[in-house]
Design a protein around this ligand. Structure first.
Ligand SMILES: [Zn+2]
Length: 426
């Protein structure tokens, strides 16, 4: 097999300036830009100069799976003419803007396990993953349980110390560094998820959706309840969910002790158990003995105090708002993606400057008292219903970029007019 030969000219981008060593006009920036450093190299004499780059404060914009999917379709060469005609031109416009802004190192659109879980069950999973990676700036959120455990740990400390909850930065709940520069090209490692995991994702999603339809029917009859009642029920439900997980595991252990067979599920901790252990550990960390820490954990899970933790607070507010809609006479059941959307927003909203979500969730977040959520975390929420505002918001990001930043972008990447990568799928 013939290996492609890479010449130094291919790795050093134009425009060239005069080399400080040999004076020939052959001095350019090497394409492998580091996180916070770039190198200028002479293609004639090999002379090198390293320059440091300042950290960048990029805007963190979370895009839901639908946005990823529609943008993919709008530039994919395999998209049928019929689909193309039905696509809202907004999606192509959005892709052009976002790709440009991420190349100007002004934004990142982090990837999450919500994207991955929705992509793997799609026929065009590889194309979807490609789109997410293109815009993610190499930043991907930790999985939901990990983020929740971090929040619970901090939440217990805040409660015990009688202080406010201190939210972690996005860098402590994600892989990658949102402040970095990085190369203009990207190396992607493509893996596939095992078929049984994919099957699990589909079946648990269906189970959750069925469960919600049931609850929704109950809410439709609760005409006398108020928002606060459902809110309270949801926060207490969080503790009850964990308690059930722990009790089920204890029950299984007793069964196994009296001769039952082990299964893989008995060995791996469930998410409920992991959260329970996190709360116990957080208590122990502040000086409680194991027995007292367990007692304190059970006590806490029986109260609404656990809503000091953002994901419990946001999730409970959203579900209470859905319940309020049901009781107010909404006939239509929540969409099958609603539970996943609510969980995604509960986990990730606090770390984002901006979220682009579906119309229904976006509308809920604008209702009182849920409007306090975006206010608290200073997160702007957009959806298709206010697409023009979103485009204006993105334009504003570029127009407010500092001249120093744009000059550096031009120096490091050779241009401040990057072209959107519309040929990604050719
Ligand atoms: Zn030289």
């Amino acid at each position: 097999m013939k290996r492609p030969s890479l010449k130094i000219e291919d790795l050093v981008q134009e425009p060239y300036t005069s080399c400080p060593n040999c004076s020939r006009v052959a001095f350019g920036v090497h394409v492998w830009v580091g996180d916070h450093v770039y190198t200028k190299t002479c293609i004639k004499c090999g002379h090198e100069q390293r320059h440091n780059l300042p950290p960048i404060k990029k805007r963190v914009i979370y895009l839901d799976q639908n946005a990823i999917s529609e943008m993919m379709k709008s530039i994919h060469s395999d998209t049928s003419e019929r689909t193309r005609k039905r696509l809202d031109p907004f999606w192509l416009q959005l892709f052009n803007k976002l790709d440009r802004l991420q190349k100007l190192r002004l934004i990142v659109c982090p990837k999450s396990t919500y994207h991955t879980h929705e992509s793997v069950v799609d026929d065009r999973s590889a194309a979807l993953e490609r789109m997410i990676d293109q815009l993610s700036g190499d930043v991907s959120f930790f999985d939901s349980v990990t983020i929740r455990r971090f929040q619970l740990h901090e939440g217990v400390h805040a409660l015990l110390e009688g202080r406010q909850f201190n939210l972690q930065t996005i860098d402590s709940v994600s892989h990658g560094d949102q402040s970095k520069w990085g190369p203009s090209m990207m190396i992607r490692i493509v893996g596939t998820m095992p078929a049984d995991l994919v099957a699990d994702i589909i079946s648990s999603r269906d189970e959750v959706a069925d469960g919600i339809s049931e609850v929704f029917k109950r809410w439709q009859c609760e005409k006398d309840q108020k928002f606060e009642d459902w809110y309270r029920e949801e926060t207490l439900g969080f503790g009850r969910g964990i308690a059930t997980a722990v009790e089920q595991r204890l029950k299984r252990h007793l069964e196994i002790q009296s001769g039952g067979e082990w299964t893989l599920d008995d060995i791996l901790p469930s998410s409920g158990q992991e959260m329970f252990s996190t709360i116990v550990e957080a208590h122990k960390y502040t000086g409680y003995s194991l027995t007292d820490a367990i007692t304190k954990t059970w006590e806490l899970l029986g109260t609404t105090k656990v809503d000091i933790v953002p994901f419990v607070w946001i999730g409970s507010m959203l579900w209470a708002a859905v319940a309020r809609k049901a009781a107010a006479g909404q006939k239509r059941l929540p969409s099958r993606g609603m539970a996943s959307d609510i969980r995604m927003v509960s986990d990730l909203l606090p770390y984002c400057d901006t979220m682009f979500v579906d119309n229904e969730v976006s509308a809920l977040l604008k209702e009182s008292p849920l409007d306090r959520i975006s206010e608290t975390f200073n997160t702007e929420v957009f959806s298709l219903n206010n697409q023009e505002e979103f485009i204006r918001y993105l334009d504003e990001i570029e127009s407010s970029a500092s001249e120093e930043h744009l000059v550096l972008v031009e120096e490091v990447y050779g241009t401040r007019e990057p072209k959107p990568y519309r040929s990604m799928y050719e």
